[in-house]
Structures are given as structure tokens and as C-alpha cells.
Design a protein around this ligand. Sequence first.
Ligand SMILES: NC(=O)c1ccc[n+]([C@@H]2O[C@H](COP(=O)([O-])OP(=O)(O)OC[C@H]3O[C@@H](n4cnc5c(N)ncnc54)[C@H](OP(=O)(O)O)[C@@H]3O)[C@@H](O)[C@H]2O)c1
Length: 245
Amino acid sequence: MTGSGDARTVALVTGANRGIGLEVARQLARRGMTVVVGAREAAKGEGAAGELASEGLDAHAVVFDVADGASVGRLAEEIEARFGRVDVLVNNAAAFADWTETVSGADLENARTVLDINLFGAWRVTQALLPLLRRGGRGRVVNVSSGAGSHGEPYFGLASGPSAASYAVSKAALTALTSKLAVELDGSGILVNAVDPGLTATAPGMEEMGARPIPEGASSVVWAATLPDDGSTGGFFRDGEPLPW
Ligand SMILES: NC(=O)c1ccc[n+]([C@@H]2O[C@H](COP(=O)([O-])OP(=O)(O)OC[C@H]3O[C@@H](n4cnc5c(N)ncnc54)[C@H](OP(=O)(O)O)[C@@H]3O)[C@@H](O)[C@H]2O)c1
């Protein structure tokens, strides 16, 4: 049972070797889930899974790059062989853009890389794992988006300024992808939502900018990963509250 954290629930979190992803994996594991820690470097993945295991949690590392189709294809095969299915998929991995990046001045190769990780990375991983998500019949897909891709965020949102253009565009597109997939999967038992963790202190100096502690940002994500069967789908939320986008 996804919502109640049955011990057999399998959750994969991408980009889970640090930051919000690692804490999402921790919080899901504390609910009794088997968590699969996605990382693009083996040592980082093993380190993070080892950290969770040392806390008595059921955590396992998998190595893949969300921007690499072959790598994601191998991931699906590995997950099927080791765990048989996926109940919760948290598309958390992301690349950030320089805050000085504008639409007019952006290096489009850099912008393409940001979109390839943040938008197509989530799309690629979701496509690859959908057959395994369908197996349990009640999966949860959580796309970790951002207020940066929303018109509802007054300080960092789409209308707040020209900076970090490719990141903002990637997150707006990720939220749109969420909506389209939710419609496609309506009635399947799989709930698909986008979540903004809110400004969260995952890098030095962010607390001084007013960012909140990592466990708070992560719990915003965990909310959508543990929705009951009659929970929302196709929405964009922060701390369980709908956000405009
Ligand atoms: N922090 C905030 O204030 C904030 C606010 C709104 C939304 N968000 C969103 O929340 C999520 C987590 O943010 P965060 O601050 O925790 O980020 P973070 O600390 O920078 O961690 C990003 C994670 O993504 C991984 N990653 C990057 N590119 C990857 C790729 N190609 N394949 C696989 N993994 C890849 C990184 O791996 P490496 O360690 O190998 O680099 C790392 O594990 C992101 O989606 C972000 O956009 C964050």
C-alpha cells in the first residue's frame, strides 16, 4: 500500500545522493518503504544508500544518468530484476542555471542541457519505468518542479525577473508534462503530481536568503508520494496546498 508505507512499497528517487532527494528517500524509508537511491556516480549512490542503511533504513543504490537514454534503459532492467516493480517514482534530479542567464543572452547549448536533465530526464525515466509502475496498479509519480516555473511565485517566479531562464522554462514545462501525463493515466490508479519544495537550503548561503531546512522541503515532496488512492492527480502543490502555475 503506497499511502501507508507498506514494507513492500518500492520507491525510486532520482538525484538522491544529496540535498532534497536524499532527504525524500530518508523520509519515505522511515515510512517503511524500500527506497532506491538514484545517483549518477556509483560512489555517491553507495555513500547515500549506506548512510540511510546505517540509520536502519532499507535503502539501495542504482547508478544512472537521467540525461542518457541507454543508461535509463539499463535502469529499468535493473529495477525489474532487483525489485520487480516500482510503486513511487520521484523525479527529483535537476540541473540549475546561472542566475544571470537571460532568454536573450542564454547559451542555448547550456539551456538545452538544463532542459535535457530537468524536463526530458523526468520524461525519459517516467517512460522507462511506467510498465513497472503499472504493475502495482496504484503508483505515485512526483515531479519535483519549482516556483521558478510558476506565475504564482512572487519572488522567484516566471514574472519576477529575467534570471535563470532555462531553469524556469524547464520547470514550467515539467509541470505541464505532469498535467498531460495525469490526464493520460486517469483511471489507471497512478497519481501524477508536481511539487515545489519551496526555497530550501541545499547549498551554502541559502539559509541567509531565507531558505528553509531540507527536511521541510523534502516533506512537501513526500506528501505527494504518499497520497491516498483518492488523492489529487495532475496538480502542482507546495506543502500539500495547490499552487498556480
Ligand atoms: N533547493 C531549492 O531551493 C529548490 C527550490 C525549488 C525546487 N527545487 C528542486 O528540488 C530538486 C532538488 O533540489 P536540490 O536543491 O536538492 O538539488 P541539488 O542539491 O543540486 O541536487 C541535485 C541532484 O540531482 C542530481 N543530478 C543532476 N543531474 C543529474 C543527471 N543528469 N542524472 C542523475 N542525477 C543528476 C545531482 O547529482 P550530483 O550530485 O552527481 O550532481 C544531485 O543528486 C530539484 O528538482 C530542484 O529543481 C529546489
